[in-house]
Write a protein that binds this ligand. Structure first.
Ligand code: GTP
Ligand code: MG
Length: 223
């Protein structure tokens, strides 16, 4: 019986996600869903990427957290539109649901955006189970988490379209190489593209920006 209820909730979620995807298709906006454990550097990567993105297209950000406006306030400093969703009003949910995104995405000025990046709630498990209507999923994993995380929490890494391996500036201190992490990603998802970045030094961020801009261009050309 319990399984039946879960199935119903998920299918409703997917229905709402599809409506968001259709809205974004009409407006020709590319939407990315960034997922990772807490503190892997999602917001820091965005802070470094936004100035480069802003020079080439019109980005907006949807921030997901359990509580506080901290991440939205950080992104606001980049001078782009940002909306904070907090899940504490939804029982402190550990992921964004399609409904949370659908209810708030319209608070962004969609008619003047080419790209919406959703920073999901920091959690390496739950966000993988909920569609939100994004075109592409981007997983972030940092060297500080240890090289084995992709093996232990495979779902996010299997469903993503890109894996960003962050904090490469700390490789020596941690005695973990970015290549080790990438090898583990490829054990569970052999064709996965991995980008090595440091949100601290900015290394590799330009490659992610190119990756995004190319896909924004493709979405613009879709009928
Ligand atoms: N050395 C180093 N520190 C980093 C790097 N990226 C992020 N940090 C630090 O890691 C901490 C967490 O970074 P955030 O960007 O807040 O991480 P997050 O994934 O957005 O965290 P949540 O939103 O809570 O899930 C901060 O203290 C950052 O300064 C990096 O590339 N190198
Ligand atoms: Mg964050």
């Amino acid at each position: 019986l319990e399984i039946k209820v879960n199935e119903k909730i998920l299918s409703k979620n997917d229905q709402i996600a599809l409506e968001t995807a259709r809205l974004l298709a009409r407006k020709k906006i590319l939407c990315l869903n960034m997922m990772s454990s807490p503190g892997s550097g999602k917001t820091s990567i965005l802070e470094k990427a936004i100035p480069l993105l802003k020079a080439r297209l019109r980005p907006g950000v949807l921030e997901g957290d359990v509580a506080t406006q901290i991440d939205a306030q950080r992104i606001e400093k980049s001078g782009i539109p940002v909306v904070q969703i907090t899940t504490d009003t939804f029982g402190g949910s550990c992921h964004l649901s399609a409904k949370m995104v659908a209810d708030r995405i319209g608070d962004l000025p969609l008619d003047s955006l080419d790209l919406v990046i959703v920073e999901n709630v920091g959690n390496l498990i739950c966000p993988a189970g909920f569609q939100i209507g994004a075109d592409l999923d981007v997983a972030v994993v940092s060297l500080t988490e240890g090289p084995e995380k992709p093996l232990k929490y495979p779902a996010i890494f299997q469903k993503s379209h890109l894996v960003i391996i962050n904090k490469i500036d700390l490789a020596q201190a941690l005695d973990v190489t970015p290549g080790e992490v990438a090898d583990n990603v490829k054990k569970i998802s052999p064709l996965m593209e991995c980008l090595f970045v440091s949100a601290k030094t900015g290394e590799g961020i330009d490659r992610w920006v190119d990756w995004i801009c190319q896909r924004v261009g493709q979405k613009k050309q879709m009928e």
